[in-house]
Design a protein around this ligand. Structure first.
Ligand code: SAH
Ligand code: MG
Length: 198
């Protein structure tokens, strides 16, 4: 267990040094608490990065299984390495591919979307098919470092403005969705929890 704490610190350090946008502590605590409270047994994660959030979720619960998709090879290889350190290779399955090209037959209790912020509607529509009837879709970075609530004129970069617009479109998509109810929590970088309407 002491070893594990050390490995987690090493992963966090690597993330800072290599600009890998892993979840911050507040969001991570929210997600692990969510997994425990809702007795989540299976997770599909879009955006593994270096395996941090997948490992943290797997450690909450000895029976939880995770499938996670990452398209960046360097990060994928780093994630494989990290998962081995925690001996979690039998419970975390990594897929090295663009998530938009991945089709899965399995169903999951939780789909966790934490990848390209411009593609969130596509990820949602694609992977809501892989959700159990009582499952949840959780999306990270709904406030996108506070930029989503900022006046657009204050955002100097054209690219960033485009991304923020995409996230706003995603929020409207969630709010107007005929099949899902969504609550956005003001924790971490903003986390949306969506559940199929009954
Ligand atoms: N969930 C991770 C952080 C993920 S960062 C954690 O908290 O530990 C987002 C990751 O999504 C990046 O590594 C990026 O390469 C990946 N990504 C972005 N678009 C993707 C896509 N279309 N398919 C697969 N991975 C994608
Ligand atoms: Mg994130």
């Amino acid at each position: 267990m002491v070893e594990y704490q050390k490995y987690i610190q090493e992963i966090k350090k690597y993330a800072v040094e290599n600009n890998v946008p892993i979840m911050e502590d507040e969001g991570m605590n929210f997600l692990t608490t969510f997994v425990i409270k809702n007795q989540v047994k299976s997770v599909l994660e879009i955006g593994t990065a270096i395996g941090y959030s997948a490992i943290m979720m797997a450690l909450c619960q000895p029976s939880i299984r995770i499938t996670s998709i990452e398209k960046d090879e360097v990060r994928y290889l780093e994630a494989l390495k990290n998962i081995k350190k925690f001996h979690l290779e039998n419970r975390i399955t990594l897929i090295f591919n663009d998530a938009l090209d991945v089709r899965l037959d399995e169903e999951f209790d939780l789909v966790f979307i934490d990848a390209a912020k411009a593609q969130e509607i596509k990820f949602f529509n694609l992977f809501s098919k892989n959700l159990t009837s009582k499952g949840y879709i959780v999306t990270d970075n709904i406030y996108f470092h506070g930029l989503v609530e900022k006046n657009e004129k204050e955002i100097k970069s054209h690219n960033l403005r485009g991304l923020v617009r995409k996230i706003k479109e995603y929020i409207s998509f969630l709010n107007d969705n005929p099949d899902f109810d969504t609550v956005v929590y003001r924790v971490g970088d903003g986390i949306a929890v969506s559940k199929r309407k009954v």
